[in-house]
Design a protein around this ligand. Sequence first.
Ligand code: ATP
Ligand code: MG
Length: 282
Amino acid sequence: MRCDAAGAGDECRFSSPALATRDAVSEPLVSQRAMRARIIQAMSLFSRSKPDTKPLDPATPGDATKVKLVREELVLATAPRGAHAEQFRGLRNSLMALNPEGAPRTLVLTSASAREGKTVATLNLALALAELPNTRVLVVDANLHQPAVESYLGLQRKAGLCDLLDGRCAPDQAIRATSVEGVSVLGAGTLPHNPSVVLGSERMKALLATLKRQHSWVLIDTPEASTISDASMLGAMVDGIVLVVRLGETPRHMVEQVHNTLESLGGNVLGTLLTGGHEQAG
Ligand SMILES: Nc1ncnc2c1ncn2[C@@H]1O[C@H](COP(=O)(O)OP(=O)(O)OP(=O)(O)O)[C@@H](O)[C@H]1O
Ligand SMILES: [Mg+2]
């Protein structure tokens, strides 16, 4: 994790997550020309990437429960009393306020560009939500281009989302309880050649409905939305989208464009989660 050398004391420049209101960005819908440009960009990206599509082994039930979380980015586990963990609790509380009846909810986390902190934010938010009583949180790795959820958790990659969708394994061989009570994980699994077809399928919709019945929160980590359409497609299938924005790095117009695209394709953007915000503060 990057730390701010000029920052205050031992405080890493982690994040100041804040959930802005959904009115924060209100530009017109993205133009068709911009959409076409993104589709072409995405197609060229697909043609470049060569995912390792070797079939993964099914998980052994209980294997992940023995693995402690040690990555420093997972502040809810490694520094639960710190300011950064508290900020994620604040984000959790904002989401709870949007859902006063406590109904099960599915959320997509995405960002405009790559490496803005989506996976770290997804996992910390999951840990923050699981602190609440009787809360079952499932983290789904739907980044079929660069899956990273298992790696952050210190787990070996095993069969997961794609294997479940393909009927190659049973749910208990793909959904793994972690060492944190209330938090389970569904890794990306065996990577397909056609991620968008897999994620946009009716099977995916049906699986999401099933997972939602079984969990309080289903948090879905996705690739960046400016060049890959997966997050937009998934965004239309879930209750809400959280847009992760790394302050000072992602141009505002790009965030606005992605926000508009997500909404124009049927997504409900709840707000933005700001990362790397310490030096902007004050
Ligand atoms: N809030 C943050 N502030 C500073 N650095 C962060 C923050 N969150 C994550 N990082 C660091 O940024 C890098 C990318 O984080 P992460 O993997 O969560 O990004 P991502 O958006 O999921 O990336 P990708 O687009 O590849 O999926 C990692 O090195 C991580 O340690
Ligand atoms: Mg990621």
